[in-house]
Design a protein around this ligand. Structure first.
Ligand SMILES: [Mg+2]
Length: 205
């Protein structure tokens, strides 16, 4: 994990940080199609051990998501973030803070999801405490070309200054053809994927 922080720091020193990093959601950050998970979602209360006399603890025990779930849907189905996701975002948010001002002025984070249920995705991101980690949200069905055209319009950044992670080859192909450094994620976003994406920065100013 330190490696992600170290790499970001090095890129910063070399002036090679991307200006924006975008992420797909389903099977990139979490291991499900959120359209099949029914809200309302409940955060996993890992601190609430069995036997603790709290409402949250009782709720946790009743759910069947098993250990390691990060959230539960209406029916108690567990939803997990891939293990490297939290550490990667911790490193990114720490860097944003360090860059000063925060708010993604120097390094923005974005969501680019084509889920047919944007409300599920937004609610799940909120439950996971991640919605505010992104300065730009593009969550709607259709080609991701539209998502990235909107990102460019709203941020005024060049595609060449963006990196994108997605588990679907067609999205990576389409977005990569626009000039974005698009990285195919095989089995959920890992630190190795992240480092691969930042290893070969395209021309950045
Ligand atoms: Mg996906």
């Amino acid at each position: 994990m330190d490696k992600v922080g170290e790499t970001l720091e090095r890129l910063r020193e070399e002036g090679k940080l991307p200006r924006l990093i975008a992420f797909d959601l389903d099977y990139t950050l979490w291991s499900c199609y959120c359209e099949f998970q029914l809200p309302p979602f409940t955060p996993a209360t890992k601190g609430a051990a069995a036997g603790e006399n709290t409402g949250k603890g009782k709720q946790t025990m009743r759910h069947s998501g098993g250990p390691g779930a990060d959230a539960f849907d209406k029916h108690g189905a567990g939803i997990r973030l891939y293990p490297d996701v939290r550490p990667i975002f911790q490193a990114l948010l720490a860097l944003q803070k360090e860059l000063g001002g925060g708010g993604g002025k120097e390094l923005a984070l974005a969501v680019a999801s084509r889920t047919p249920t944007p409300d599920h995705a937004t609610q799940l991101l909120t439950t996971l405490g991640m919605l505010d980690s992104f300065q730009n949200h593009q969550i709607f069905p259709g080609s991701k070309i539209t998502h990235f055209n909107r990102i460019r319009k709203q941020t005024r950044l060049a595609f060449e200054d963006m990196i994108f992670f997605d588990d679907e080859r067609r999205n990576v192909k389409e977005v990569g053809a626009m000039g974005v450094t698009a990285v195919l994620v095989d089995n959920g976003l890992t630190c190795a994927d992240f480092l691969r994406g930042t290893a070969e920065p395209t021309c950045r100013t």
